[in-house]
Design a protein around this ligand. Structure first.
Ligand SMILES: [Zn+2]
Length: 359
């Protein structure tokens, strides 16, 4: 730790937090203005303090959290390489401290990528099932069904000219060996090239301690979204970070992870709801997610109620012989109409719930 910075921090902590932040915000605004003329505008980025020394950092619709201690920084998801590169520069200038731990919520590419930026100083921690999720399938694995239709020359792999949709957009992250084609194994594994595997894994619970502060990783059990999901619980300040399977002030993603081969699939609503109940039983004063707003336990409970109320209404619709389209038109979930993505994802949520209940 830079001793000058440490003294500054002790003598004038609020200036460190807000004064520098304002200066940085001004510089960033100036840079953003300059970039607008020449480059495409990137995702919105910000850092806000949500508890003493606990911060939430934003990359567009994705968020992570980090805790600043006297001995370094404990970061949760690194999100992606571009964001982590930006974040590292912010952490260096604001705190002059290295990231000592990266605590993964789960292995998915859009949250777990980018940790390589912190590899020189950080240890990586995640649930033990992350190892299997990141492993390359056998070399003779064939292209998954959603990629087979793109393989126009029928050679069993996707050239860059063939890859479209998600495969095209994230071609380099699929192409683990960087040989210019996505083979069946790479397509099946996912866009995971920038995910640094955890060097420290755990099964049920693990406590990480740094600079006198403790952070707990708690496995949610296997459920709809993935089998390697951790709740990240900060003890002081008391806060949890939860990603994708709970969002605060935001309706669930699309079809509730049903019929999405990148997640664990369907039929696991009960285990999902049980995991949310487990999260409700933990001790914390604030909660934030990889998406959505910052809130508290009542927002976690509200998210469970959303799923339960939708399940009840869809079950009633099925019993009354209604079509999916009827239910998408009539199940309005009005108490939640101010949540993020309500307008775009509510009908998809009804579809996912319908698919789960008729299975
Ligand atoms: Zn995910």
């Amino acid at each position: 730790m830079n001793p000058d910075l440490g003294e500054l921090k002790m003598n004038n902590k609020s200036f460190m937090r807000y004064g520098f932040g304002l200066i940085i915000a001004f510089i960033l605004a100036a840079c953003a203005g300059a970039q607008d003329e020449s480059a495409e505008e990137g995702p919105e980025r910000s850092i806000i303090e949500i508890g003493d020394d606990l911060y939430r950092a934003q990359n567009g619709g994705h968020y992570t959290v980090f805790l600043v201690t006297d001995e370094g920084i404990i970061l949760s998801d690194p999100i992606n390489t571009s964001f982590s590169t930006w974040l590292k520069a912010e952490l260096d200038s604001r705190f002059g401290l290295p990231v000592r731990y990266v605590l993964y919520s789960h292995h998915h590419w859009d949250h777990a990528s980018g940790g390589g930026v912190f590899e020189e100083t950080a240890q990586f921690v995640g649930h033990e099932n992350m190892i299997g999720q990141l492993a390359m399938p056998p070399a003779d694995t064939t292209l998954p069904s959603d990629a087979q239709g793109m393989d126009s020359n029928g050679n069993g792999q996707l050239e860059e000219s063939e890859a479209s949709g998600f495969y095209g957009a994230q071609f380099a992250l699929f192409d683990e060996d960087a040989n210019g084609v996505i083979n069946g194994a790479e397509a099946t594994r996912g866009a995971l090239k920038d995910v640094v595997p955890p060097g420290i894994t755990y099964r049920d619970r693990l406590i990480v301690t740094l600079g006198g502060k403790s952070v707990e990783l708690i496995h949610t059990g296997n459920m709809s979204h993935t089998d390697d999901m951790s709740i990240i619980r900060f003890v002081d300040p008391s806060s949890i970070f939860v990603v994708d399977w709970i969002s605060l002030g935001r309706v669930p993603f699309r079809t509730l992870f049903v019929n999405n081969r990148m997640t664990q699939g369907s039929g696991m609503l009960d285990s999902w709801l049980n995991a949310i109940r487990m999260a409700e039983q933990l001790d914390y004063e604030t909660a934030s997610g990889g998406h959505g707003v910052v809130g508290d336990k009542s927002d976690v409970t509200a998210f469970r109620h959303y799923l339960e109320e939708m399940r009840e209404q869809v079950a009633e619709g099925i019993a009354a012989g209604q079509s999916l389209e009827d239910m998408q038109a009539s199940i309005l979930m009005e108490p939640y109409s101010d949540w993020i993505n309500y307008d775009t994802h509510r009908t998809l949520n009804v579809e996912g719930m319908y698919d789960m209940l008729i299975q």
